[in-house]
Design a protein around this ligand. Structure first.
Ligand code: ADP
Length: 403
C-alpha cells in the first residue's frame, strides 16, 4: 500500500510517499514559503534505497493548492514520475496539531471530522488553519481516495483530570475548554512503543519518560503504555526550553510586560513563541551553533545550554515522581538523537535515583535505537529516532484495514 503523508503548516507543506509494506520512503518533499515572493520546493525521490534524485524549484507559490499541485506534478508523471498515475496512491494521512477533546485516535476524514477540526481553530490558531488547508487541497486532488487524520494531541487524551486541569476558574474549562492538551503525541507514542519493543517488554505494562527535543521540545510520562502527563499545555508553549519558545515562565510576566513596557497581547505572544527560548537567551536557536559558541567562550551560549538542560532534568525528576516505577528514559528528535552533551547534562545528578548514563556509549551517534545507560542503571536510558511520518502511514493503514 502507498500512503501519502501530509504535514501542512501555515506556510509550508512537508510530504512523504511511503510504501507501508516495506516501510520505505519513496518520495520526501518540502514546499516552503507559501504566499511569499519566492517559494521553494525540494523534492527527493528514492527509487531504491541507495539512490536519490533531488529536484529544487524556486518560484512564487501562491497558496497551499498551488504548492500541493506542484509537488504532485513532480511525483505523478506517466514518464518521469516515481509513480505513473494518481490511482497508485492508496490513501492520504494528514497530521493535525489540535484535536481538542474529541479525538483520542486517528480517524477517517468525513465532513463531520472537518467541522470538528474547524471548531478547534481557536485553540490552535497558528496550526490548525494550515492543517485544514492541506486536507481540503488533498481532498480536491485525490477525490475518492481515503484520507485519515492523525492528531498531535490524541495520545495525551488519557491524561487524568488532575494532570490536565489548570488551577483557574472552573468555568474557563467549561466554556472555553482551557486545559492541558499536550502535543508531539505521535512522536511520544512512537518512541515509547519502540522502546518497549527493543527492551522486549509488553507496551501495556511499560512505564517510561519520553523526551522530544527538536525545534519544539516536550516530555511525556507514559504509564502502562498510556500518556499520563506531558509538558505542553493548552498550546505548544509550556514546559521545556525550546529553540525560540520560552517554555514555563511565571504567567505574571505577561501582565508585568503589558503594564511596564506597554506590550500588547500580540507582541507578548510573538515574544514568547518566536523570540524566547535558546534564541532569547543567547541569540542562537540551533543547538549546533550554541556548542560552537560555547567552544569560542560565549558565556550566554553556555547559559542557554545550562537553562535548557536544567529544565529538562527538573521535568525528569517530576515525572519520576509521577510514575514511581520508570523502566526507561527515551531521548528523541533533532537534539535528543544527536546531542550527547544535552543528554548527559539532562540526566546529570540523577544517579541517586538509579539513572546512570554510560558516557562512552552516549557519545556514539547511530541511526538505530541505542541504549546509553550503564549495565547497573536501574532505569535504562535510550536514544530512539522518531519517525512521525511512518507513524502516520501505519495509523492510516490500520484505520483502512479496520474498515
Ligand atoms: P522539528 O521540531 O522542526 O521537527 P528537529 O527534530 O529536526 O526539528 O530538530 C531540529 C533541531 O535539532 C535543530 O534546530 C538543532 O538545534 C538540533 N540538531 C540537529 N542536528 C543536531 C546535531 N547534530 N547536534 C545537535 N543538535 C542538532
Amino acid at each position: 500500500m502507498k500512503v501519502l503523508v501530509i504535514n501542512s503548516g501555515s506556510s509550508s507543506i512537508k510530504y512523504q510517499l511511503i510504501d507501508t509494506k516495506t516501510e520505505t520512503v519513496i518520495v520526501n518533499g518540502l514546499v516552503e514559503r507559501i504566499g511569499e515572493e519566492k517559494g521553494i520546493l525540494t523534492n527527493k525521490t528514492f527509487p531504491d534505497t541507495d539512490a536519490q534524485t533531488v529536484t529544487k524549484m524556486e518560484k512564487t507559490i501562491a497558496d497551499h493548492n498551488a504548492g500541493m499541485r506542484l509537488a504532485i506534478d513532480l511525483i505523478v508523471d506517466p514518464e518521469k514520475g516515481v509513480i505513473k498515475d494518481k490511482s497508485e496512491i492508496d490513501a492520504v494521512g494528514h497530521r493535525v496539531v489540535h484535536g481538542g477533546e474529541g479525538f483520542s485516535e486517528p480517524i477517517l476524514i468525513t465532513s463531520e471530522v472537518i467541522s470538528a477540526i474547524e471548531d478547534t481553530v481557536p485553540l490552535a490558531p497558528l496550526h490548525n488553519p494550515g492543517n485544514l488547508d492541506g486536507i481540503r487541497v488533498s481532498m480536491e486532488l485525490f477525490p475518492g481516495v481515503p484520507q485519515v487524520v492523525v492528531f498531535d494531541t490524541a495520545f495525551h487524551q488519557t491524561l487524568p483530570p488532575h494532570a490536565y486541569m489548570y488551577a483557574l476558574p472552573y468555568e474557563l474549562y467549561e466554556k472555553y475548554r482551557v486545559r492541558r492538551y499536550g502535543f508531539h503525541g505521535t512522536s511520544h507514542k512512537f518512541v515509547a512503543s519502540e522502546c518497549a519493543r527493543v527492551m522486549d517488554r509488553n507496551f501495556e505494562e511499560f512505564n517510561c519518560i519520553t523526551i522530544h527535543l527538536g525545534n519544539g521540545c516536550s516530555m511525556a510520562a507514559v504509564e502502562n503504555g498510556k500518556s499520563v502527563d506531558t509538558s505542553f499545555g493548552l498550546t505548544p508553549l509550556e514546559g521545556l526550553v525550546m529553540g525560540t519558545r520560552s517554555g514555563d515562565v511565571d504567567p505574571a510576566v505577561c501582565a508585568f510586560l503589558h503594564r511596564n513596557k506597554g506590550m500588547s497581547v500580540e507582541e507578548i505572544d510573538t515574544m514568547l513563541n518566536k523570540e524566547s527560548g535558546l534564541k532569547g537567551l543567547c541569540g542562537m536557536n540551533d543547538m549546533r551553533d550554541i556548542h560552537a559558541g560555547i567552544a569560542n567562550g560565549n558565556e550566554r551560549a553556555k547559559l542557554a545550554l545550562d537553562v535548557q538542560t536544567y529544565r529538562t532534568r527538573k521535568y525528569i525528576g517530576s515525572y519520576m515522581a509521577v510514575l514511581g516505577r520508570v523502566d526507561a528514559i527515551v531521548f528523541t528528535a533533532g537534539i535528543g538523537e544527536n546531542d550527547d552533551v544535552v543528554r548527559r547534562k539532562s540526566v546529570k545528578g540523577l544517579e541517586c535515583f538509579g539513572v546512570k548514563i554510560d558516557e562512552v556509549v552516549n557519545a556514539q551517534r547511530v541511526k538505530e535505537p541505542l541504549r546509553v545507560s550503564t549495565d547497573d542503571s536501574s532505569v535504562q536510558i535510550w536514544v530512539i529516532p522518531t519517525n512521525e511520518e511512518l507513524a502516520i502511514a501505519r495509523a492510516t493503514k490500520s484505520i483502512l484495514s479496520e474498515k
